[in-house]
Every structure is written in C-alpha cells, then in structure tokens.
Design a binder for this molecule. Structure first.
Ligand SMILES: O=C(O)CCC(=O)C(=O)O
Length: 299
C-alpha cells in the first residue's frame, strides 16, 4: 500500500522515500543472499555476466561495484519483487496491474572509495513508447551522507532528456557544466535498511563515492507499465534476435498482470543512446569508457 500523499509526492517530485517498506524476514533473507553472492565472487578475477568488479578486488577481500541481475541468482530477489510490499507500492504509481521488470541490479558501493555513479536519467539509457517506468532502490544496509546515498533532483522527471554524451559517444552521464544541472537542488535519500526509494525513469540522479568504512548496498528493481515498449525492441532486423526470443523475454519479465499487444505512445522526449561507448556492460563501464566528466571530483 502507498498513501495518497506519497503518490502526489511522486507525481510532483519524481521520487519518494518510504521507511520500513519490507518485512524483517524479507530484509534478512536478502541480506543473507547478498552476503553469499559476494562470497562467491571471490572465485573470479574479471568482471563477468554476474559481477562487475571494483578496483582492488581479491579472493580474500572481494570488492564489487555491482551484482548483475540478482533476481536470476537467488529466488529471494524474485520473491520480494513479486510481493505485495513492492507491487502494492508501484501499481498506483504506474496506474496499471500490468507491470514488467526492465532489469535488476545490486550496487554494492564498497567502503573506502566505492565508485560514484555520475548524474544521469535512466530514460537516456532505455527510452520506451511512454515513460511510465520507475526504479525501486531497496536499502540493504543503513545509508547516510557518508556512504554515498542516492541523490535526486525534484521535478527533473518533467523536464527535457539531457545530453548524455562525451566526445561524440554516449557516456551515460550528463555534463556537470550543463546549464540545466543545478547540483544545489540535490536531495539525498538516506535511511535505515529495509527502507526504499522510488524514482521516475526521467528523474535526474547520481551518487557520490563511498568514503565511509561501511558498504552501501542498494538493490534496484527497474520496472514499468507493460504497455511501455522499449524503442528498437520490436524488430529482429536490428536486434538480431528472433521475434520469438523478444516475445518470450518480455513475457518472462512480467511481474504482475499480462503483456498487452498494445503499445501506448505518449509525447515524450527521446534521445537514443548512440553511438555506444567502447564498453556497455554496466553503467560504471559506460561512464568510464565513454569518458563521462565527474560531478563528484573535488566536491
Ligand atoms: O547506485 C547508485 O547510487 C545509483 C545507481 C544508478 O542510478 C544506476 O545504476 O542506474
């Protein structure tokens, strides 16, 4: 359940923060699963389909920027995603029961320098036929100003899609000198483990490096109304994927209701994320290899 006040706040500001959103059992089970997955990463020496490694990763002291697609790695992440604790919050924000998962990720932001995520709009990465999409960020540990909280700028979900390119390639981040970027209006979403934030797909957000001695683990589920179709997602000519593969993939990501054939088109600003940077395997790699200018250095 979500209150009318939170719904109004989401529509006005493009984000909300909800304390104590999960049950103790859900939180503890996800913390345990996360610890197991991090332990398993000790066996690898290079980033792969499951893990994005941070500088300084070793077998004795695993250091990750991200666990990729955690909902495919441990059933608890599917279970929480499909629970009323989550669906009850997002159905009224998306105005539908038909909801599809776009992706999931668990950003682990390690102590003593865990990487910043430069300011960006998720919409710049994956425009759809309409913008009824959002990201849920579940705090798996307490988050405060010191360990790199998610920061958001209110109202940007109703503004333009900003330029996310550097030297002619998509770099997954805005230029901090962009006249439309006002860092002084940033709000930090801090709170206790088990709380969560929800931000609109067009809301401008980022997070500073973790300069504390505690990890900052946030699990993100990115979901949308199922009648929002990914642009460029329908044609096998361009994707190289068969229509069967695309359809089955979309069906497998449904977390509530049905995938309609109908694509709802609304008047949304779209800039396609091209040309791609040399490494598109995670946002960290997009921003690094695309040459994003940091908004957090010297801050
Ligand atoms: O981990 C964070 O602080 C932000 C993550 C984010 O915005 C992303 O991965 O797209």
């Amino acid at each position: 359940m979500i209150t009318d006040e939170k719904i109004d706040q989401y529509n006005r500001d493009g984000f909300v923060f909800i304390e104590n959103a999960l049950t103790t059992n859900q939180l503890e089970a996800m913390q345990l699963a996360t610890a197991k997955l991090i332990k398993r990463s000790a066996a690898i020496t290079e980033s792969n389909e499951q893990y994005d490694l941070d500088a300084g990763h070793t077998a004795t002291s695993p250091r990750l920027t991200r666990i990729k697609l955690p909902h495919l790695l441990d059933p608890i992440f599917q279970e929480v995603l499909k629970s009323e604790q989550i669906l009850g919050l997002i159905r009224p924000l998306l105005n539908t029961d038909n909801i599809r998962l776009h992706t999931s990720k668990l950003n682990t932001k390690e102590p003593d320098g865990g990487q910043a995520v430069e300011w960006h709009q998720d919409w710049a990465f994956y425009p759809h036929t309409n913008d009824d999409l959002l990201a849920i960020g579940i705090l798996l540990e307490d988050v405060d100003e010191e360990n790199g909280p998610l920061q958001v700028i209110a109202g940007t979900h109703q503004g333009p899609v900003l330029d996310h390119s550097s030297n002619g390639v998509f770099c997954g981040a805005i230029d901090p000198s962009d006249a439309l970027f006002d860092k002084n209006r940033a709000v930090s979403l801090t709170g206790k483990a088990g709380s969560l934030s929800i931000h609109h797909v067009r809301a401008l957000h980022g997070s500073a490096p973790n300069n504390s001695d505690r990890a900052r683990k946030i699990l993100f589920y990115e979901c949308g109304a199922a009648d929002a179709w990914p642009l460029n997602g329908s044609s096998s000519t361009y994707t190289g994927l068969s229509q069967d593969t695309i359809w089955n993939e979309m069906q497998s990501r449904m977390i509530s209701g049905q995938q309609p054939k109908h694509a709802r088109l609304t008047d949304v600003p779209v800039l396609m994320p091209v040309p791609p940077p040399p490494d598109s395997t995670s946002i960290f790699k997009v921003q690094e290899s695309g040459g994003a200018v940091s908004a957090f250095e010297n801050s």
